[in-house]
Design a protein around this ligand. Structure first.
Ligand code: ADP
Length: 553
């Protein structure tokens, strides 16, 4: 497979800076491992401050050159600008509205969904169909934002003085005009150079969810993928190059995470950090961004409650909770972390849910029929083990699983644990693994109190057939995303991620037919983060609103 991917040209093993594939300056490398087998898939450069600074300069030059206009920059830059514009307009069939995004980028991702899916399974471990589902999901952000770029509207505000006109400018329309004739605006409405730091659990989609709107707004980007899963990021960058993205607009560096992070934070040229990952690192980035007052988007950890009321449809609740819990072997920040079940339905639910969990096949993501792959690494398994041990010591009962899988490596048995209380680690922190803790409650008020009793506020799920209750509880929950009788909340295409049994072609067709894609905003309250990704709200994260006051006198 590795040699097949290499010959397809998508297995890239160098960083991308200024449109060129480069190694670390000292030749240092890190290994990328297949979590299912422990085999080395590839070696990639172990980069640090040096390479990050080069990437920042490249991204900054691309941003200034292409967005800043030419009037004050002389002929040489003017010629460069014209060449870049021509190259871009020729290769990127966007509407010429100051965006780096194009439908071609989407088409290339989709036409390479098999190779990209294979790369995801190789370095991340999720089942191949789920991985290909991620490609479709990830690509959908590019499609959505390529369209959304046309709808970055400004505003006209009635002025209090009759001879003034107030405009709010958001869109950079430089490319609507001939760059040699005039500059249509003095303003740089995109936020500027963006540092995008992404995790390993969605090696493609967490990148496109950030890079899509950033490019759509005219920003230039330095992506720092997780060191555990850089290959998918590099393959996506290669496809962006094939789609004609100009040098410097998209850069990829990887290696020493804190050195790269520090370089991004220290640079006044980087105007925004967008991050998905742990709350601990998110807090560090937030503190570090203060030095240069950067904008921030943070998608941090969750501790999702999944509340099952006595009046829920048992079948719907079991299916929804299963999807909410076991997607990506429990390794997503919206995975149900606490299944809080009302006492009247508790035993029936525990029984039906355990049966459903038991039916899931565990194995290498490349094997047919597998629904649960390995965990990302040994540290992840040890964390799960320590949480389960803590629960057992404090009186919880293991209904199913509760130990490493006989397959060895980082495989862990899908697990259901009952009689979990709020005192246990399983309900206080994200387990990030295939362990479903069941908690018991009596009243609606108690369920809401338990659900909100956490610093996190990302996703929550409720299962009930009582309409009034569903609205009441939705509004009482301190969460950014609430699924009501629904275990999949990342808009329609989220369906793909949890349906490894379905064929990808069917899913793709379903997705193609659906009119609404990436229409709902994704983001958390409290310590789960800042900002929203996806949807029309995701654009604002990469735009400045510039107030232009015109005096008519
Ligand atoms: P996880 O525990 O899920 O791996 P992390 O927050 O550690 O989550 O990682 C998410 C991303 O943040 C990864 O790309 C990782 O390399 C990066 N990262 C980790 N530490 C830092 C840091 N100090 N500065 C910048 N990025 C970091």
């Amino acid at each position: 497979l590795v040699s097949k991917l290499t010959s397809s040209g998508l297995l890239k093993t160098r960083g991308l800076i200024d449109g060129k594939w480069v190694d670390a300056h000292d030749g240092d490398t890190i290994k990328v491992l297949n979590p299912a087998t422990g085999e080395v898939v590839a070696n990639v450069p172990c980069m640090g401050q040096n390479e990050t600074n080069n990437a920042i300069s490249s991204a900054y030059n691309a941003f200034r050159l292409l967005v800043g206009g030419i009037s004050s920059r002389g002929l040489v830059m003017g010629v460069q600008l014209l060449l870049c514009c021509l190259c871009r307009l020729a290769s990127m069939p966007s509407e010429g509205n100051g965006t780096w995004i194009s439908p071609l980028q989407y088409d290339l991702l989709i036409s390479h969904k098999e190779e990209l899916g294979q790369l995801i399974t190789l370095e991340q471990g999720k089942p191949l169909k789920e991985a290909m589902g991620e490609v479709i999901y990830g690509a959908s952000f590019i499609e959505f934002y390529a369209e959304e770029a046309k709808r970055v509207y400004g505003d006209i505000i009635p002025a209090t003085l009759g001879d003034r006109r107030l405009f709010v400018l958001k869109q950079c329309c430089l490319f609507l005009c001939n760059p040699f004739m005039q500059q249509s605006h003095e303003f740089l409405q995109p936020v500027g150079v963006v540092g995008a730091i992404t995790p390993w659990n969605f090696p493609l989609a967490m990148i496109t969810r950030k890079v899509g709107p950033a490019l759509a707004c005219g920003c230039t980007v330095i992506v720092k993928p997780s060191e555990l899963t850089p290959l998918t990021a590099l393959a996506a960058a290669e496809l962006a190059l094939q789609a004609g993205i100009p040098p410097g607009v998209l850069n990829v560096v990887m290696g020493k995470a804190s050195d790269i992070g520090d370089a991004l934070l220290a640079s006044p040229e980087v105007r925004k950090i967008t991050f998905t990952g742990s709350t601990a690192v998110g807090k560090k980035l937030m503190a570090g961004a203060a030095g240069t007052v950067k904008r921030l988007s943070l998608e941090l950890g969750g501790n999702a409650p999944c509340i099952v009321f006595d009046d829920a449809d048992l079948d719907v609740a079991v299916k929804g909770s299963l999807a909410a819990k076991f997607r990506n072997s429990g390794q997503t920040c919206v995975c149900a972390n606490r299944i809080i079940v009302q006492e009247g339905i508790y035993d029936k639910f525990a029984d039906a849910f355990s049966k459903a969990v038991q039916s899931m096949q565990v194995g290498d993501g490349f094997s047919e029929g597998v629904m649960q792959g390995p965990l990302i690494n040994e540290a992840a398994v040890q964390k799960v083990e320590s949480f389960v041990q803590d629960a057992i010591v404090k009186g919880a009962k293991v209904l199913l699983g509760g130990k490493r899988h006989s397959l060895g490596m980082t495989f862990y048995e899908p697990t259901v644990i009952s009689d979990v209380t709020e005192a246990m680690l399983l309900s206080r922190e994200e387990v990030f693994g295939p362990v479903a803790p069941l908690l018991r409650f009596k009243t609606e008020e108690e369920a809401i109190l338990v659900a909100n009793n956490t610093k996190a506020g990302l996703a929550a799920y409720i299962f009930t057939n009582n309409v009034q209750r569903s609205w009441r509880v939705t509004e009482a929950l301190e969460y950014g995303l609430v699924g009501v009788n629904e275990g999949l909340i990342s808009t329609e295409v989220g369906l793909i991620l949890c349906s490894p049994m379905e064929t990808i072609d069917w899913l793709l067709k379903t997705y193609k037919m659906s009119v609404a894609k990436q229409v709902a905003p994704f983001g958390g309250l409290k310590q789960s983060g800042l900002g929203r990704e996806g949807s029309k709200y995701g654009m604002d994260e990469y735009l400045e609103a510039i107030n232009a006051v015109h005096n008519l006198k």
